[in-house]
Design a protein around this ligand. Sequence first.
Ligand code: FMN
Length: 380
Amino acid sequence: MRAASVSDFRELARRRLPHIFFEYIDGGSYAEETLRRNVADMEAIALRQRVMRDMSAIDMTVETLGQTMKMPVGLSPVGMAGMYARRGETQAAQAAAGAGVPFCLSTVSVCSIEEVAATGTPPWFQLYMLKDRGYMKALLGRAKAAGCPVLMFTVDLPLPGSRYRDVRSGFTGGTKLRTALTQAKDGVLHPGWTWDLFMGGKPHSLGNVQAAVQGGSKVTDYLAWISRNFDRSVTWADIDWVREHWDGPIVIKGVLDVEDAKAAVKAGAQGLVVSNHGGRQLDGVKSSIAALPRIADAVGGDLEVYMDGGVRSGLDVLKALALGAKAVFVGRAWAWALGAGGQPQVARMLDILRAELAVAMILTGCSAARDAGRTLLDDA
Ligand SMILES: Cc1cc2nc3c(=O)[nH]c(=O)nc-3n(C[C@H](O)[C@H](O)[C@H](O)COP(=O)(O)O)c2cc1C
């Protein structure tokens, strides 16, 4: 099947990836209410069609944090992408660079900061607050040395939410023997993936945390280290500590509440991502798109407001811009595309978003993405 839409990449990824990785990407936490809400609330928004307005020229570029994005879409940090396709983070980073949009590298990526930066475009770097401040400091130093332009600091993961699908699939929580058997069976059933990952896709460690994990041999050993290191004591005052070790822009990721958005401004952040971690953390909270307008109204003049969660088309991108986002980030959309077939599919997914955004802009009479506002929506 040739993918025509983001949901087609999901189906292609479902066919090509081992069940445990497809479920890991696709799933959310607990009953997945927030995951569903992210998509359903986005779908419920109606764009306002306008016609006969000479839309022969449209401009999708946005300037943000000293960078020009060729379209207002970036790639959210997604853990373990190097398990979805060989050296997956480098493939996705190259697709993003080709499209002129930022790629944000997860702390828990297979490819290290240095490996991704060596593709020629240093990524934005995502970090959590870790108990091991010495290791954090070292990571910030590595990101700086590699030329990462922006730090995305994730604040909605003081501990991981429970993901039922990962337990059911055998990815987490099982005995070592059960996990090994599940993975072996999955590998045999998905030979294309197995060939890709094992002939040239190694090592399958987590490049950024490798030095901290003594004797780790499997991705799950590294994830266990990270899990033990999430810091529940984190407060806004800790952003001062981050600032001492990072002099570039800081984007706070994982804000849903106006008071927290104001705190991010006070803490000196240059941007924030309205996000519920793609419905993977506190289930039952509101969707990102529902949280966005109030946050944008409250702090949009003080810092860059981005959003992620539930963006499945270029039409969704325009809806988020209309409600106050400077740009959106996509998580599953690129993870599915990478799982479907590496860099070419991520590039194609971005092409599809661009083409869909163009149609949405032209048929709402929006000639410049940076000027998108609520008048583009039907109930404005
Ligand atoms: C498989 C997967 C792994 C993720 N890993 C991370 C991560 O390492 N760090 C992080 O801050 N967010 C992570 N996220 C959350 C994404 O950055 C983003 O907030 C979310 O995917 C947006 O929702 P969407 O998938 O509906 O686009 C992950 C999401 C997925 C689907």
